[in-house]
Ligand binder design. Sequence first.
Ligand code: ADP
Length: 259
Amino acid sequence: AWEKTASVEFKNLIPGIKRCVVVGSGKGGVGKSTVTANLAIAMAQRGLKVGLLDSDIYGPSIPMMLGLKDSPLGTPDGQIMPLEKFGVRVMSMGLLIEEDRPVIWRGAMLNKALQQFLKDVAWGDLDVLFIDLPPGTGDTQLTLIQNAQVDGAVIVSTPQDVAFLDAKKAIGMFGTVKVPVVGIIENMSSFICPGCGQETQIFGHGGVRDAATRMKLPFLGEVPIDLAIREGGDSGQPLVAAHPDSPQTKVFQDMAKAL
Ligand code: ADP
């Protein structure tokens, strides 16, 4: 299902992967990395061989979310071994650079680094590789799509109009490069007060599902604002791994099944 467009050249620098799914969003802070980490773990719990590549070179958050600190080891033939956590093989630029050192690169350098990075990771055989994209529709997204055989894109958005407006641009970008959108997720969908049980729709609710239906794109599910999700991200123990019986874990498991 890989069609070339006239103006863009495509290569596949990561062979041996059955399915490559990128996760994107229109803007930052909507929970894209949180959702990707939990989806990847839920997928691994189903017995699949899962990889997770954090491609956000400027603000890699996957290592912290998964509690990874060790530097990856090299292989005898000069590749880098991904780290394994919660059954998922993980690689992030954040594991290769010092934590508090900012990366200051121009576009050309970033593209080269990303291509090298794609080639250099010894993923082994994978059933699915998730690539956590930086927010937006910039250089990194295009470089990745051109250099990995991307089978589908998942889009994460909050229900807020401004967030979905940006998400629509990301959807448009995937359309242009002929990557099918295989799922749209509404994150921070509502909040249930742990004290009184009342549901409050902080960013609104349901707008993303409606928009997905209108655009005839598959809607994967709604993830509420949940303290355990935020705590899981900050402590390096994502919800799906730390709280297997939580109703929100079930939401991620159902989405992983549908993907
Ligand atoms: P992005 O990757 O889109 O920039 P992150 O995944 O880094 O966003 O999430 C931003 C912050 O919001 C993190 O602190 C994360 O723990 C928190 N967060 C994300 N989704 C939820 C949720 N459903 N409930 C509570 N906190 C969340």
